[in-house]
Design a protein around this ligand. Structure first.
Ligand code: ACM
Length: 486
């Protein structure tokens, strides 16, 4: 390993070379110059690099950054996200079989750019450990609109994540316009923890905003996975649509932070059409292959009714042509082709092992490691502590394959950080809960267990605040790292 290079996530193979290249001005040569010059500029301009592309090479001190799509590259690697990055004193080359690999290579290159606008000679061969490298973000408890969400996509992308899972519905609000049930956002779109959303904000994504956000993310190879949380966490739905209640009467809006009290009823004739129509609409509005149906903390339901309601939701997603994702509680209803998101390590593992045997796969978000809404330590002003504190090392020092005792390693699809926003009120709160823990979790998801270690990560991440500051992302200066500050 070469811990002096500040790369996070640490690549599969790194060979350091001799010398450096100046990168104060780079000219991007690529198969699609407009697109790739813009993406390179997004990553490099905030660091002070001048980026140009397309047309003839300009006269002057331009370093060529060449992006090459080659089906037979890199080498024998079958991984779809693989890339090779070569930095030489005379230029930079990224080779990949797919465009996503080119962007990963550019992201790695951006992390090598020093304050002096040089980069060390190096050859990186890289590919991820897991395909699902995600961030779950609650935009219900506190609302964060499209501008903030695009910045979150940028942050996720910078650490090579592929999934931004948006928790869009809960007791406190409903954040996505649903064509078949406009009352959901008309009535419950503007409420959050503590009362109404900030003045001047709508409180939900219109169908058009949702599409625009997905397209922005897709251009950076990030899939937006929408979550409609059923059958618990449904107070906002029952506030907007009284028909979902046995007595037909809407419930009051809820601005607190308790969980587990709200629910749907399987024998209510309005329930199945609601679940099918809403999930059908969401599937039709979703560009990616996954729709998350929640399923967590339906504490007021008995097991048979819970299984019937979750089964209804899973079937509705499959009928709409998408792959369902659900929280771990849905394990008894999950079969082959379902993704389960593990979050609560206090739970009995037996249902997870049975679900895995039936063909379900797992995204690992154990709250003790991956919940970025837990306080860093007792003194931290933001966050909760029901799972204890999650310091940076806690977020880093674990292996997804042993997170659920007895689960076969090949049932692990990946890792997702999660940020619930009961106490997260502003973009600065949001970014400072993710930074530096998100990069730690991104490395857990990307780098093979034997290829990484806490001391190396701690030393490498210390150089990253320069990029965070350049992007305007707030971060928490945990004392576990000797931060390299200006
Ligand atoms: C969860 O934290 N209720 C998924």
């Amino acid at each position: 390993m070469s811990p002096r290079l500040p790369l996070v996530p640490w690549p599969a193979a790194v060979e350091q070379g001799e010398g450096r290249v100046g990168v104060s001005a780079v000219h991007v040569v690529s198969p699609d110059p407009l697109r790739w010059t813009l993406l390179a500029a997004e990553l490099l301009s905030p660091l002070g690099v001048t980026v140009a592309g397309g047309g003839d090479l300009e006269v002057g001190e331009w370093t060529v950054v060449e992006l090459v799509l080659r089906d037979d590259e890199p080498g024998a690697r079958p991984e779809p996200e693989a890339y090779t990055l070569e930095v030489r004193p005379d230029g930079v080359t990224v080779v990949a079989a797919r465009p996503v690999g080119l962007l990963h290579g550019l992201r790695t290159f951006a992390q090598l750019v020093t304050r002096e606008l040089t980069a060390p000679a190096v050859v990186v061969h890289d590919a991820p450990r897991y395909p699902w490298r995600g961030l779950t973000l609650d935009v219900v408890r506190h609302w964060f609109g499209p501008d903030v969400l695009r910045r979150v996509v940028d942050l996720a992308g910078a650490y090579k994540l592929r999934v931004l899972h948006l928790h869009l519905t809960d007791d406190q609000g409903w954040r996505l316009e649903i064509p078949s049930r406009p009352a959901l956002t008309a009535v419950s779109g503007g409420t959050q923890v503590g009362g109404p959303v900030a003045e001047g904000t709508r409180g939900f994504l219109t169908a058009e905003e949702f599409r625009d956000l997905q397209e922005y993310a897709a251009a950076r190879f990030v899939e937006i996975v929408p979550e409609i949380d059923l059958p618990g966490h449904t107070n906002a739905a029952c506030h907007a649509l009284g028909e979902l209640r046995p007595d037909g009467q809407p419930v009051p809006a809820y601005g607190g932070i308790e969980v587990g009290f709200s629910r749907l009823w399987i024998d209510n004739p309005a329930t199945a059409p609601f679940v099918r129509d809403v999930l059908g609409d969401v599937a039709a509005m979703t560009l990616g292959p996954h729709v998350h149906v929640g399923g967590d903390e339906a504490l007021s339901l008995d097991a048979p009714e819970y299984a019937a309601l979750v089964g209804l939701a899973l079937d509705a997603v499959r009928a709409a042509g998408k792959t369902p994702v659900a929280w771990q509680e849905a394990a008894p209803a999950a079969g082959s082709g379902t993704l389960l998101q593990f979050w609560d390590p206090r739970a009995d593992a037996a249902p997870f092992l049975r679900a895995a045997a039936a063909g379900a796969r797992f995204v690992m978000s154990p709250a003790s490691r991956a919940y970025c809404d837990m306080k860093y330590d007792a003194a931290h002003p933001i966050g909760l502590d029901w799972m204890g504190y999650v310091e940076l090392r806690d977020a880093y020092d674990w292996d997804p394959e042993t997170a659920v005792p007895g689960l076969p390693a090949d049932a692990v699809e990946g890792v997702a950080a999660a940020l619930w926003t009961e106490t997260v009120e502003t973009p600065d709160h949001l970014f400072s809960m993710l930074l530096p823990r998100l990069p730690a979790l991104a490395e857990v998801a990307w780098t093979a267990a034997g290829g990484r270690g806490w001391e190396g990560f701690r030393d490498r991440v210390a150089a990253h605040p320069r990029a965070w500051d350049a992007q305007g992302w707030a971060w928490h200066p945990t004392p576990q790292v000797a931060w390299a500050r200006p």
